[in-house]
Design a protein around this ligand. Sequence first.
Ligand SMILES: *Cc1c(COP(=O)(O)O)cnc(C)c1O
Length: 359
Amino acid sequence: MAWGGLIDRYGSRMNIAGKDRPVTLFEGNTPLVPAPKLAEWIGGDIDLYLKYDGMNPTGSFKDRGMTTAITHARAEGAEIVICASTGNTSAAAAAYASRAGMKCVVLIPDGKIAYGKLAGTLAYGAQVVAIRGSFDDGLRLVQEISAVTPIALVNSVNPARLEGQKTAAWEVCEQLGAIPDWLALPVGNAGNISAYWMGFSECWRSECAQLCKKPRVKRPQLLGTQAAGAAPLVDGHPVDHPETKCTAIRIGRPARGDQALQAIKESNGIITKCSDDEIFAAYREVARREGVFCEPSSAAGLAGFKQQIAAGTGPQPGQTVVAVLTGHGLKDPDSAVAEAVAPVTLDADLDTLRRYLLA
Ligand SMILES: *Cc1c(COP(=O)(O)O)cnc(C)c1O
C-alpha cells in the first residue's frame, strides 16, 4: 500500500484535532542507513545506523511535527500560523501552511540562517521577517503575539509538534526490528529529543500493548549533543549570546530544556557539548565515507558518539546505536563548499584531462 504520511500511518496514537483531514506532504518513512565505515572512524566497535531525516519533503525532521501542528491548527480554525526559526521550522511551516491554504509568518535571526532554508521558506510563500536578534528573541516575540491574537504558534512549545515528531522513534524500531541501545541527536530548542523520548515511552502498535503494561520495556539511552558555544543544558544556565557555525542549534534558552534533561535522566543517558571543529569533522566524514550528506548541525550526534566512546562513557562494543541526521546537506551549501577542496579548472581538451588524471 502506498505511503500515506504520518497521520495516516500513526494517527490513532496522536493526540491532535483534525486527523480525519490531514495536511500532509507524505512526510516520514525516511531511510535508516547502516554506516559501517563511519563506525570505524567513530571507534568502539559499534553497530551504527543513520536515521536520515533530511529526506523529509522540505529537507528536515521538522516536517514530522508540522503535519500535525498545521492539521491541528486548521481544525481549530486558525487562518494564520507563526513561528520563530533558525531556518528549518520556517521552511516546514511555510510548506504545510501553503498546502493547507493558510498564511504563514516566520521570524528569523538576521544573517544567521543557511541559504537553502531561506530559499525554501521564500519559495513556499511565507512572509519572512528578519529580526535584529537571536532565535531566542524571536521565540519570545512569537509567543507574546500569539497570546494576544488569533495567530497560531507552531514552534515546538506547541504540543501538536511533538505528537508528530515522536513517530521517528517508532520508525527507528520498526526499521531496525529492535530497540536500539543508544540514540544520539543534536539538541537546540530540545523539542526533538523530548519527542523521541515520548515515542520510545509509548506503545506504537497493538502487538506491543502487552509489553507496555509491564513495568519497564527496554528503551534506548539518549545522547544529546549541543554546540560548545550554545550549550545551556550542559553548562547549566541560559546562554545570552550563543555562537556556533551550526546555525540550527544556535539556541541559548531551549524551550523544552527541562523536559529534555528529564528524558536524559530517565534514559540513563548523557547531555554533552562538542566544538564546531568536532562537529564539522563528523559532517565531512559521514558524507565521504557513507555518501550521506547532512547539514552541519545534524552531525552533532555523531561527534557526541565519538567523544563519549573515546572517554569510555558511551556505547559499549557490539551495541546497536542510531544517530539522527536531522537535516539535509543541501540546506547549507555555503558550509559544504567552504569545507571542501575547491574544484580545479582545466581547458576542455583530452590531453590536458589525461595528463591531469594520470599525474
Ligand atoms: C531544529 C533542528 C535541530 C534542533 O532540534 P530541537 O528540537 O530544536 O532540539 C537540529 N538539527 C536541525 C537540522 C534542525 O533543523
